[in-house]
Design a protein around this ligand. Sequence first.
Ligand code: UDP
Length: 274
Amino acid sequence: MQPEVIKPMASKPPRASEDAGKEKDVIPCVHIFGVKIHCVDMATVLDAIRNYIRSDEPHFIVTADSYGVVLAQTDEDFRAIINRADLVTPDSSGILMGAKSLGKPLLERVSGVDIACEVCRMSVEEGFPVFFLGAAPGVAESAAEKLKESWPGLDVAGTHHGYFDPSEEAAVVAKVRNSQAKVLLAAMGIPRQERFIRDHLQELGVCVAMGVGGSFDVFSGKVKRAPAWMQRHGLEWAYRLAKSPRKARKVAALPRFLALVWREKYFGAKKGSN
Ligand code: UDP
């Protein structure tokens, strides 16, 4: 396990109010097939988000699942995006199982959908605005409305769907910036959401930008999350596949990921993969 200093992408002297002691900023990480994943629990992630907001500088959080790690094996640009992010959380049980069998145990699953819920709670308690970007037209609005029912007082800075074309990108970035949101939840699926954040992090005006995959579909009620027991037993992929056969391509990443784990465990790491 290697310690890694979590620091803002742009350097600016810390503010007096920032209680981010140096040792608190050190979050250990492991590398799984060349992809950095932090060894975090939810409390550490939420502390990091608080510190990022206090720093008033842009930060990028990736929620990495097996699909992302498999994609990163052939897509170097995507791998670089993950490895340069300020924080990478283990989004899926597959990542946890793989890391454990490679002798690099992680603490717990910290998924995008769970972080998004906690961010909404923090938005109410600590008073910062959140922008919801992604999913089909109308879904981000409906997700924000449903979340407001759970957390009255949730400060929704703005919403926008995730099916804009490249010619509209500048307008979407301006909409986020003008909303004065502190946190951007980008729900456009891997890798579109990560590429969008990487390309525009400095212009978005937010302190935290993170990819949250299909979360808005879940919040809006369009898609049901797997029952808790399936999540606990690492079977969310089976539920997703049964509900939406179109997910087969993504779900197929899980056996490919497990095959990589098996190969490394029994035949050793490929040169340069760790
Ligand atoms: N999506 C989007 N723009 C696109 C492609 C997808 O906003 O160009 C949305 C899609 O509607 C869905 C989410 O991105 O709400 C991706 O969900 P998925 O469950 O595939 O992501 P995962 O959670 O597996 O990363």
